[in-house]
Design a protein around this ligand. Structure first.
Ligand SMILES: Nc1nc2c(ncn2[C@@H]2O[C@H](COP(=O)(O)OP(=O)(O)OP(=O)(O)O)[C@@H](O)[C@H]2O)c(=O)[nH]1
Ligand SMILES: [Mg+2]
Length: 337
């Protein structure tokens, strides 16, 4: 193995990563364990990441470092040291896909919008399967309601071709677009339609409840003929909120601006006098279900702030230091006691 070179992660399998570099084309690599598994602050790479690697012409190469990311989002992962698992990195735009049937769910859309907004990249809502909807405007209005004014919303169908030309305007050379949405909404079908060939596997869905079958099982980056890259993701049951305060503020700007009218800055909206939130709930200006949704997502987001993570990491490091000393038979502190 020679000097460190850089490549992009184009697919993530269990413990193997498919990489692509100008010099070596497509090849597989694993994480260098002395770098990633031994008390390091190294980020585990994900699809879209740029990584440094040591090339091995006879087998899997080794990933030695994850380069800083310009954008990323993650989901909660109780088993990793950082308590998060990056889902995608270094994208320029997020397409939030939701289908025009009974799978359409404004609350899920709020969650996806919050995640997209927190990543600080551009985003658009794509309503898929427009051919199945008797009244597509109903879904467009609902998506508009969920997203507020400045979010582009497109209704498309890969069956009739509706809306695909507008989507193609976004697919520019060098641009990386990540597709997010539940299983079965048609992410991979749209990738294939844009690529003009069947790159990704697509499968039927159970028509009785329109739930998907998790056809795509790993994150995969597809490079189109013009050099644009699409990151197709498996439908995620649970896309947790991590570092999502900014996204939350935007998705619930109505609640946030009401809260600013409360008499006390640190109002908890419980029994405090002059609480604008409680007044709005009483008058019906703010619905209880919207407030409940906001409180639930806020609680989740608060658990995964940088401060929260830093404290958890410190605790974790202290525990592993103690356990190493203990296992080493020393069991003593620095003073030798
Ligand atoms: N009627 C109709 N069906 C569509 C359309 N787009 C996709 N489908 C169907 O929806 C089903 C699921 O499509 P996929 O592309 O596999 O969905 P996915 O979002 O990639 O799902 P996962 O990989 O499981 O996350 C397939 O049977 C597609 O043929 C569309 O525009 N109209
Ligand atoms: Mg898929």
């Amino acid at each position: 193995m020679g000097e460190s070179l850089s490549a992009r992660v184009i697919a993530v399998h269990r413990e193997r990563f498919a990489l692509q570099s100008d010099i070596h084309g497509e090849f597989y690599a694993q994480l260098k364990s002395s770098v990633f598994y031994q008390e390091s602050d190294e980020f585990f790479p994900t699809a879209g990441d740029l990584v440094e690697y040591l090339y091995n012409p006879c087998g899997d190469s080794l990933i030695t470092h994850t380069l800083p990311r310009k954008s990323y989002f993650a989901r909660y992962d109780a088993f990793s040291a950082r308590k998060e698992q990056a889902v995608a990195a270094n994208f320029d735009m997020v397409f939030l896909l939701t289908s025009a049937n009974h799978d359409f769910n404004p609350k899920r859309l709020h969650r996806y919008l919050t995640v997209a907004r927190s990543s600080h990249s551009a985003y658009a809502i794509i309503i898929t399967k427009a051919d199945l909807a008797e009244n597509i405007d109903y879904y467009i209005d609902k998506a508009q309601e969920a997203s507020g004014e400045n979010c582009p919303i497109y209704a498309i169908s890969t069956v009739t071709g509706q809306g695909l030309d507008i989507i193609r305007n976004y697919i520019l050379p060098e641009r990386v677009i990540v597709f997010l949405g539940s299983s079965g909404v048609g992410k991979s079908t749209l990738v294939n339609a844009l690529a003009g060939k069947n790159i990704m596997d697509v499968n039927g869905i159970r028509e009785d409840d329109s739930k998907g079958r998790h056809t795509t099982t790993h994150r995969q980056m597809v490079t189109l003929d013009n050099g644009a890259m699409i990151l197709d993701t498996p439908g995620m049951r649970e896309l947790g909120l991590i570092d999502a305060e900014d996204g939350l503020k935007e998705t619930f700007s109505d609640v946030e601006s009401l809260a600013r009218e409360c008499r006390f800055v640190n109002c908890k909206h419980q029994n405090e006098p002059g609480c604008a939130i409680r007044a709005a709930l009483q008058s019906g200006a703010l619905s209880h279900s919207r407030m409940d949704e906001y409180l639930m997502l806020q609680k989740e987001a608060m658990r995964h702030t940088p401060q929260g993570r830093e404290e958890r990491n410190k605790r974790q490091k202290a525990i592993s230091k103690f356990s190493r000393q203990f296992k080493g038979g020393k069991g003593k502190d620095e003073r030798g006691f």
